[in-house]
Design a protein around this ligand. Sequence first.
Ligand code: F6P
Length: 459
Amino acid sequence: MKRIGILTAGGDTPALNATIAGAVERANQLRVEVIGVIKGFSGLLNPRVPHVHLNPLFRAIPELDATRGGTILGASRDYVDGNDSATIAKVAERLGRLKVDGLICVGGDGTLNGMQPLSDHLPTVLAPKTIDNDLGMNYPDESNEWNRVENSSSRGYHYEKQPERAFELSEMVNYVTPGYATAVYVTSLSVQRIRTTAESHRRIAIIEVMGRDSGMIALGTAYGQPDMILIPESPIDPGPLVDRVKSILDVQKHAVICVSEGIRDNEGNNLGALTASKDPAGNIQYSGAAEAVKRILVNRIGDAFFTKARRNESADAAIFVRKIGHTQRGGRPILFDHFNASQLGGKAVDLLASGYHNCVSTLKYEDGGLSLDSIDANKLRDRWGNIHARPLSTSFYDSTRFQPSKKGVEYLRTIFSNALGADDVECIRSLFNSGNLVHPYDSVNTHINKRIHRLDGTD
Ligand code: F6P
């Protein structure tokens, strides 16, 4: 193996540069050239294939810093449609002209789906990333528990999963994904900060976190000690929800609720997808989960409850909603993420070098720690060839207390106990560097632009 390609696809995470850096470091040791494709699959759909040589003379370019958030290669949600054989043939031809012997895609379940058609044309490996922590399975063979069900009111199918079986943490396939820990670090800090102001003003704060259909980020946000956590895997029942909020208000006069953007009602309707807009890969773009919870509380608790307690505020004014938004996906990765992302990038190179093909570098939990592993991508596919997001196990959540269960706490502890390093704390001090006031932001894109080559030679 002389030359490999690498791209970063889907939504970014803080740990993508760390994965690229880990792959480049291992490639340098093996004397393999690494070509970075610009903007994920979008770069391959472009006939000129903008790309960057990441390790001339087998040394990483200086822009590649494992502790810089985002991705120096750029990312997009464009993907290769498995049914579009004409486009797949063109992409394969372009990869041939790039002279790469294999391709590493850094991505999540959507990227892995997009990688499948390419894997018939050249060796491919996925290095995992997603803040949602939903790539993988709770136990081997979980992929075979999906059933395809015909839609009753429209044409086509949807997929339903059989109830999960009991499992040990050591059985989890791809235990945790780089990007998750940093996202949880940000959401937990945000909850702590919003807490004190909600406490002072005797308000109810509803804080929305990302995660699509997975409640993993919300579950991890337990580190910020919200009073209640609402996740997509446990349908919202307004009665118990309102009762719990009222009993918390009785005692502490304010409440903080962490809401996952993908929460559903008892009929399976997505409360956060009031406007069902979709991104280019067909993913629903969620908006409004926290607003939906606020409406339930405003309607059911009513103004009298608040004015009677002499707060002189309507229910609408006493309940506020904050979305943490893209802050949880940006910025410097914490130690846990940049260490494990680098390891997984290096492992992806080793897999390609050892002749593996269409597989995923993964982390497994054994003997009280994490170690590197891999899985054939086919094992993640259901009987119809689809790769589904891993549902957060219901055994991780206590729906009566709206908090992580004992097993959920155990899972989180194994990830976060030593997740922060001394440099994560030290870097806070650089914020008030007086140079920040006088020097404009130095974007890495400006420097990478100067290194971009194109297949037609119009650099
Ligand atoms: O999949 C990662 C993720 O951050 C989700 O948690 C979120 O719903 C989505 O991406 C947001 O995507 P975008 O940045 O494209 O709006």
